[in-house]
Design a binder for this molecule. Structure first.
Ligand code: ADP
Ligand code: MG
Length: 694
């Protein structure tokens, strides 16, 4: 049966519902709060809360939750029912404005990086009315920001909202300088393409590593990987098609604009792309998408893996974060447009992005760092760990010509005079799309391709918003005070090209030559998470965050600490899981199988048949048994040792350099054994079982 599209957003307290359920005045007050970011008066809040509750109850809700995004990449919230006991032993359902606006979950159990002392354990959640509430599983979900008693952000949403304000402020100044009087708001827009794997649930349940870590810690390469290139956009199998249909429908009811679904490069890998929307809503919707994916998969006897590298030897998963700027008067500021005037404004915004990305490349790299992504970035399946911008030859050429004073030989129509200028029509879409660049201009938006598939997209977006806000601020300072407007614009473009053009690279980012070239250009290459997250506490980056009121120094430091701590925890859990699997599952089976082979040898020997190959085989397996056991012991020792390292950075380096090294050696040994042991004797599902069962 096909989906009834009148049900799109039927579980969302959206504008249409507000209009219908609220009086004209209440609606107007709420709309004003949403559009202008003003606080809602208490009486209005009470009315809105009651209307929201009545609407939610009609949809089967019995509870409400302040839904927030602590710094864990998951979402959280405690569920309260609407009931209020009465004297006569009955209950009525109540929901006050206060309950809608502020919540008070205990902050002590969420990562806070020293921001929350025990004597001020309280955390607060506060309604983000710019992202609509919705009903899911009998609960009214209210998107909220989460912060400490002292007002410091404990989540990923708060800095994102602050960065949106910063960007709006600076972008409007630039628009005003261009004489635009109609735009009153500039909003970053985002469409996040989400990659994921789908595998059979029964097989998933049989693997401790998948259940606890989301990725396979062991597993020999299957005879067939992705070399045939037969999966990408190939026919979608029935079971997967049914999953995608249910996923789309569940998302549509929740107002998520799921648009494109297809098979990705690796076997069992797929992708979902939504239609873009305001960055704040896009972030909430991406979190929701990940949750619904897992849920729908489970219902269908499948497991959805969102880890960046669930399987060694085939592509991992990421998120392509498509980002642009849109005004409330309908302009996409990164669309070259049709007229020269639009061109000029576009070139200024484009320059702002180039300047920001070059100045804060380390921060942008940091925003995509996590333990999983370390296996993917630079692996010829995802961008390298060097930030660069792809503009396409044509656009780069236009910028260079302007920077050089518009050499008339090369761009004959390029005269820099606002209004009368006839700049060449800028390329709408570069035919030769570069798929290897971490940050590519794709016609009317930038696509940041580094973000990991399991991560919240908030971090990448608050960094992007802030670095662009910063260059727009400097540009606005110049344009507001200049005498020669066109001349100043030329200077800005020249600066973007001459001083910051080193970040522009239109070639193949997957080659070794680029790594060498990037080093020559002086571009940072932060190859792993531990090195990349240092950017969070670089004085220039803290100053940037403080300048735009996105985060203060304490907030930056706490995030840094949380990221380091998280890095260690993830690797520790993986290490312990691996050791346990090897000891309790792999080794006993290896020993048993070696014994069986030895018995066979003896039986043959009794018949005077001496097979040297069998003897050699038993010896080889026996050597591997020793190797696996020794490496398990070594891993145990290292895992104990790291508990003694007090310094966060030193501990993270130890996990990166020592624990991961032993884990890699252990994996090699086990994977060799997997190829020797009979398939009945191998205790866990193999890569072939996992990748080709759905
Ligand atoms: P692909 O990158 O796979 O070729 P598309 O070009 O169709 O895919 O678009 C990818 C994503 O970019 C979609 O989620 C789309 O909604 C989003 N997108 C398109 N325009 C914008 C924009 N102005 N701002 C942000 N995202 C956008
Ligand atoms: Mg894309």
């Amino acid at each position: 049966m096909s989906f009834d599209f009148s049900r799109f957003g039927c579980k969302v307290f959206n504008d249409a519902v507000m209009c219908e359920k609220l009086s004209k005045n209440t609606y107007k007050s709420l709309r004003r709060s949403i559009d202008l970011g003003l606080p809602l008066e208490p009486e209005v809040a009470d009315v809105v809360a009651t209307a929201m509750k009545d609407w939610a109850v009609e949809l089967g809700a019995t509870h409400f939750t302040h839904w927030f995004q602590p710094m864990t990449s998951f979402t959280a919230g405690k569920h309260d029912s609407f009931i209020s006991p009465q004297k006569d032993g009955k209950v009525i359902l109540e929901f006050s404005g206060k309950e809608l606006i502020v919540g008070e979950p205990d902050a002590s159990s969420f990562p806070n990086g020293g921001l929350r002392n025990t004597f001020e354990a309280r955390g607060y959640t506060s309604w983000d009315c710019t992202s609509p509430a919705f009903v899911r599983d009998n609960t009214l979900y209210i998107p909220t920001a989460f912060y400490s008693y002292t007002g410091e952000a404990l989540d990923t949403k708060t800095p994102l909202l602050r960065s949106m304000e910063a960007l709006n402020r600076q972008a409007l100044r630039v628009l005003r300088a261009f004489g635009n009087k109609t735009a009153t708001h500039v909003t970053p827009t985002v469409g996040a393409e989400q990659e994921y794997f789908l595998i059979d649930r029964e097989k998933y349940e049989q693997r401790l590593d998948l259940k606890l870590c989301g990725r396979t810690l062991l597993g020999a390469k299957p005879p067939k990987g992705q070399e045939m290139e037969d999966h990408y956009c190939g026919r979608i199998r029935l079971r997967v098609a049914s999953f995608m249909k249910q996923l789309d429908e569940a998302l549509w009811e929740l107002g998520v604009t799921s648009k494109t679904e297809h098979n990705e490069a690796a076997p069992a890998q797929h992708e979902l792309a939504p239609v873009f929307e305001s960055v704040n809503v896009a972030c909430d919707h991406n979190q929701l998408t990940m949750e619904v994916m897992r849920e729908v998969a489970k219902k269908n006897g499948l497991a959805c893996l969102l880890h960046e590298k669930p399987f060694d030897g085939v592509n991992g998963s990421g998120k392509h974060n498509n980002w642009s700027l849109s005004t409330n008067d309908g302009q996409n500021l990164l669309d070259p447009g049709k007229t020269p005037y639009e061109n000029l404004q576009f070139l200024v915004f484009l320059s702002a992005v180039i300047i920001g990305v070059d100045k804060y490349a380390d921060l942008l790299r940091m925003s995509a760092a996590n333990t999983g992504n370390d296996f993917r970035l630079g692996g010829h399946e995802a961008p390298p760990t060097i930030i660069s911008i792809f503009l396409g030859e044509q656009l780069t050429h236009v910028l260079e010509n302007i920077a050089d004073g518009a050499n008339p030989d090369q761009t004959p129509s390029c005269v820099l005079e606002t209004g009368v200028a006839t700049l060449p029509k800028l390329p709408k879409d570069d035919s030769d799309r570069n798929r290897t660049s971490p940050f590519a201009f794709t016609g009317n938006k930038f696509e940041f391709r580094m973000v990991g598939s399991s991560a919240s997209i908030s971090i990448a977006n608050y960094v992007l918003n802030t670095i662009v806000a910063d260059s727009l601020m400097e540009i606005a300072n110049r344009l507001e005070n200049c005498v020669d407007f066109d001349g100043e614009i030329q200077k800005i473009v020249r600066e973007a090209v001459k001083t910051h053009g080193k970040v522009i690279f239109n070639g193949n980012n997957y080659t070794d030559d680029w790594v060498v070239e990037a080093e020559k250009r002086g571009l940072p290459n932060l190859s792993n998470t531990v090195d990349a997250i240092g950017a969070m506490v670089e004085p220039k980056n803290i100053a940037l965050m403080e300048r735009h009121h996105v985060m203060n120094e304490a907030e930056c430091l706490s995030r840094y600490e949380i990221m380091l701590e998280n890095y260690c925890k993830v690797i520790s859990i993986e290490g312990h899981t691996m050791a346990q699997m090897c000891r309790r599952e792999i080794l006993p089976h290896m020993v048993e199988f070696a014994g069986k082979m030895a018995e066979s040898y003896e039986k043959l020997a009794k018949m005077q048949v001496y097979n040297a190959n069998i003897e050699e085989f038993v010896r080889e397996l026996s050597t591997l048994i020793t190797e696996v056991d020794d490496l398990c012991c070594e891993l145990d020792i290292e895992l104990d040792q790291c508990d003694q390292i007090a310094d966060y950075v030193e501990n993270a380096r130890f996990h990166r350099d020592s624990i991961r090294r032993v884990m890699a050696e252990l994996r090699t040994a086990v994977d060799r054994a997997e190829r020797l042991v009979s398939s009945d004797a191998w205790p866990i599902p193999t890569y072939t079982d996992l990748l080709y069962r759905v």
